[in-house]
Unconditional design. Structure first.
Length: 432
């Protein structure tokens, strides 16, 4: 199974909406079988599980993957974009993946909108579109709590060192979404779910929100991650098993140094090497049979060198027209306007950042299905805001009350942010 980009990439690049693709450089999220939103249904189908709300992957993809497996191992590398992955393979920093490409399949998928971890992982762990689960962006306005929250740390965005503090306001992570997780759905049909997470987030609010009826395995580094995964996979089980691995370090490095820095390439080379040496090389043949290894990402990333012109503090006139600070992502700001200011805000963007943003209304963003096709969560209109700023090239907005040090970002609709890989390798191929 070689690189199957021709089966999916043209479909993703040729999807247009007159409201969104004015400049033609946006990649729209796909919710019809060519996106991350279909991975949960794929896993369920491969393990003989229940149907989920999102459609399974398109036949062009799923037909290449076989019918059923006893084990599906899904490795999600945070911020590993499709084009970035290709470049790493071409430059010799992803030797394991390049070497086994003839036995594997590589497909191009889209992320969700916004292309960010909290939204993407909520889709992955509920099998629903963002428009259904309503968990939109890194910073999210919650009218029901009268505050803007950090959707990963579960605290008000203006608070420092208060991880999980929302619980003091009555926020219960396990109940907030109001929908079943795939761990709960899988358990009803006898499928075991296991999640390997950095030990520091194993009991976080977001993990508790997503991973109900899921066995959590905390790790410190690659060494114990791969050993623990190998040991679990080597244990025979009568039940089908979904084994999920989340790797966050690549995203952290990209935010700090930018996606093109050599530190990122060196890190992914080490990650891939330890996977091959400490996990796969020690697996018994019986553990490889009927096991599918999947590699994917939640989103990609784009280089965004700090620029004071994108700092909202440098634009007090614009700030005066906002009811509150923007929310969501610096690469997809949601703007909440004072009454009667929309025309002036649009003109301000045109003068301050000519050609760098496309502005659409929140209603237009929902109508363009940026967040999915399913009926909108009743909270969505409140959370999206009045205007959505879609950045072009490397533009962004920065509004937090601390120094802007980020060299790489995500959340927007650029190709580098939206396209993600799906690499599928039946482990039985390693023993032939």
């Amino acid at each position: 199974m070689p690189d199957y980009a021709d089966l999916t990439l043209p479909t993703l690049l040729n999807r247009h909406d007159p409201l969104v693709n004015g400049a033609g450089d946006f990649v729209l999220p796909d919710y019809d079988g060519y996106g991350l939103s279909s991975i949960p249904a794929l896993v369920s189908t491969l393990l003989g599980g229940p149907p989920l709300q999102t459609p399974r992957l398109a036949p062009q993809i799923s037909d290449q993957l076989g019918q059923h497996y006893q084990n599906v191992v899904l490795i999600l590398v945070d911020a590993l974009g499709y084009d970035h992955f290709l470049r790493l393979m071409a430059q010799g920093y992803a030797e394991f993946w390049r070497e086994h490409l003839p036995q594997a399949g590589l497909f191009t998928l889209s992320s969700v909108c916004p292309s960010t971890t909290a939204t993407a992982l909520t889709t992955l762990w509920t099998g629903t579109e963002p428009s259904t689960h309503g968990y939109i962006g890194y910073e999210m306005w919650l009218k029901e709590y009268s505050m803007t929250i950090n959707s990963i740390l579960h605290c008000p965005t203006s608070f420092i060192g208060d991880n999980g503090g929302l619980q003091r306001a009555g926020f219960i992570p396990e109940q907030f979404l109001g929908i079943s997780t795939i761990g709960e759905l899988f358990s009803k049909t006898g499928i075991e779910s296991h999640a390997f997470l950095p030990y520091t987030i194993g009991n976080s609010g977001l993990s508790r929100m997503h991973m109900q009826q899921t066995n959590l395995h905390g790790y410190v580094a690659e060494s114990d991650l791969w050993a623990d995964l190998r040991d679990l996979l080597s244990l025979r089980s009568r039940n089908p098993r979904f084994l999920y691995v989340y790797w966050a370090t690549l995203d952290t490095l990209i935010h700090r140094y930018g996606p093109d820095d050599m530190r990122i390439a060196a890190h992914f080379a080490d990650f891939s090497r330890t996977l091959a040496e400490n996990f796969l090389s020690g697996l018994e043949e019986s553990a490889c049979e009927s096991t599918l290894l999947l590699l994917t990402a939640d989103h990609g990333a784009v280089a965004t060198p700090p620029d004071e012109n994108y700092n909202l503090n440098a634009h007090p006139e614009l700030s005066q027209m906002l009811r509150m600070l923007p929310t969501c992502e610096s690469r997809l700001p949601f703007l909440f306007l004072k009454p009667g200011t929309e025309a002036v805000v649009r003109e301000y963007f045109a003068q301050a950042w000519p050609g760098e943003f496309t502005l659409i209304t929140g209603e237009e963003a929902i109508a363009a299905h940026l967040f999915g096709h399913s009926p909108a969560n009743p909270t969505l209109n409140d959370r999206v805001g009045d205007l959505v700023a879609l950045p072009h090239n490397n533009a962004y907005l920065w509004w937090p009350n601390h120094a802007n040090m980020m060299q790489g970002r995500h959340g927007g609709l650029s190709r580098l942010e939206m396209l993600i890989p799906l690499y599928a390798l039946p482990l039985s191929e390693l023993r032939h």
